[in-house]
Design a binder for this molecule. Structure first.
Ligand code: LLP
Length: 414
């Protein structure tokens, strides 16, 4: 599914020329495609039909209410990591009974809110968290469904900042401790053991780490059954990568088939927590070239989007494809595409060959995941607008921030 196609020399989102969006809504603006979101979700689901499953969209990848609502309408559940994300899911019409709650630092109030909402499962990341959930559940007379997030010590072969399945990071409980912790959990009066959870990292482009992790999880499930602890679901986490430049991640059909093959005959429900794979290529960031600044060793294209709008290049040295949205009579040059923020790390792309003039617009591709969700107001920059294109309709799903709003919670001293 390519939602962003060139027609008559103009890059379009579905049936709408990006130039029209830029002119009407200004820049920087995130542009998403409804059909890309829907088609991608359905493609992920296609390999799971006939099996008991739940696709829990990882809200952190893109917490837009409109996008959450769209996935909720398609039957999705949600993977949340904060009380804020829970509130968003509920505001967007998500079903709390399809929500799993991950994250290493769940506070008392977040646990309370999740219990009151009646979520499907807590993905518990430590023994002390288990005790806290037991305590909060006892206080309000509820039973908390839990999975332990186990750390299978598998190398996901991805960027170290987004690899989570290795021994030396903060996530999950050590594999060797899992049996003992499950036995403790099973003995707690306000806890019911529901599943096993495992998430090993993000932007994973090979199948083998997922399957190695699942083998370990299945060994644990068998060991638990021998101790009369029976699991109702296995949560295989998220992490399937997308193509930013030339990566070749496993396609959904291959990935889900390989997982379902391992689960065959077990009669256990399977949960997935995809984030990036569902939204990453369904969005672009539209930006305007403010200045062209030739230099002795580098030419700079200074655009109106910056690291505060799309942090991934600055933070992970991540690659995002950058293209013009209309043919330009300008001559092509090699540019550093940079933003106006006062940091040398504020770049969106290195050494890009672009035929551009000042005032032209650019599309920064694959920006649908961890784009807007990681944006900030650094340099007192208002956050970008977000629009969602549906056929020939453009819906504003988040207005551009107003500068005055950026400091409305602040006070000067008396
Ligand atoms: N489940 C858990 C428990 C997670 O921590 C994550 C992502 C996901 C699911 C979804 O993973 P995905 O399917 O999107 O790979 N900001 C980074 C990515 C951080 C991912 C954090 N956890 C980036 O821009 O690449």
């Amino acid at each position: 599914m390519t939602a962003f196609n060139t027609k008559n020399g103009l890059l379009h989102a579905e049936n709408v020329a990006l130039r029209d969006i830029a002119e009407q809504h200004q820049t920087p603006t995130y542009v998403y495609s409804r059909s890309a979101l829907t088609e991608t979700f359905k493609r992920f689901q296609a390999g799971l039909l006939g099996h008991e499953h739940l696709i829990c969209f990882a809200v952190k990848a893109n917490p837009s209410l409109a996008i959450l609502n769209l996935f909720a309408r398609l039957g999705a559940g949600f993977d949340i990591v904060s009380g804020g994300e829970l509130a968003r899911v509920l505001a967007a019409g998500g079903d709390p009974k399809k929500v799993v709650f991950s994250g290493v630092g769940k506070s008392h109030n977040e646990i309370l809110a999740a219990l009151e909402a009646g979520i499907l499962c807590f993905n518990v990341e430590s023994i002390n968290e288990l005790h806290r959930i037991q305590q909060v559940a006892a206080e309000i007379g509820k039973i908390a469904p839990v999975s332990l997030r186990v750390n299978p010590n598998v190398d996901a072969k991805t960027h170290p900042y987004i690899s989570t399945g290795l021994k030396n990071n903060k996530f999950g409980v050590a594999f060797e401790d899992a049996l003992d912790l499950y036995q403790q959990a099973a003995g707690m009066p306000n806890i019911v053991v529901h599943g096993v959870d495992c998430h090993i990292g993000s932007q994973i482009t090979e199948l083998s780490p997922f399957l190695d992790a699942l083998d370990k999880v299945l060994g644990l499930v068998d060991a638990l059954a021998e101790r009369d602890i029976h699991i109702q679901h296995i949560d295989v986490g998220g992490g399937v990568g997308i193509t930013y430049s030339d990566e070749t991640p496993p396609d959904f059909a291959t990935y889900t088939a390989a997982i379902m093959q391992k689960l065959a005959g077990r009669g256990v429900k399977v949960l997935f927590e995809p984030g990036r794979a569902l939204v990453g290529n369904a969005g672009i960031l539209l930006t305007k070239v403010e200045y062209l600044k030739p230099g002795e060793s580098k030419n700079f294209a200074i655009v109106d989007a910056a690291m505060n709008d799309l942090m991934r290049p600055a933070l992970y040295d991540a690659y995002h494809h950058i293209t013009t949205i209309a043919d330009s009579p300008a001559q092509a040059h090699t540019y550093e595409v940079v933003g106006p923020v006062c940091e040398s790390g504020d770049f969106l792309g290195h050494d890009r060959s672009l035929a551009i003039a000042e005032g032209d617009y650019l599309a920064i591709h694959s920006a649908g995941a961890y784009g807007m969700s990681m944006s900030s107001n650094y340099n007192t920059r208002a956050r970008a607008a977000e629009v969602l294109v549906d056929g020939d309709q453009v819906h504003v799903i988040r207005e551009r921030e107003q500068i005055a709003d950026l400091f409305k919670l602040e006070r000067t001293l008396p």
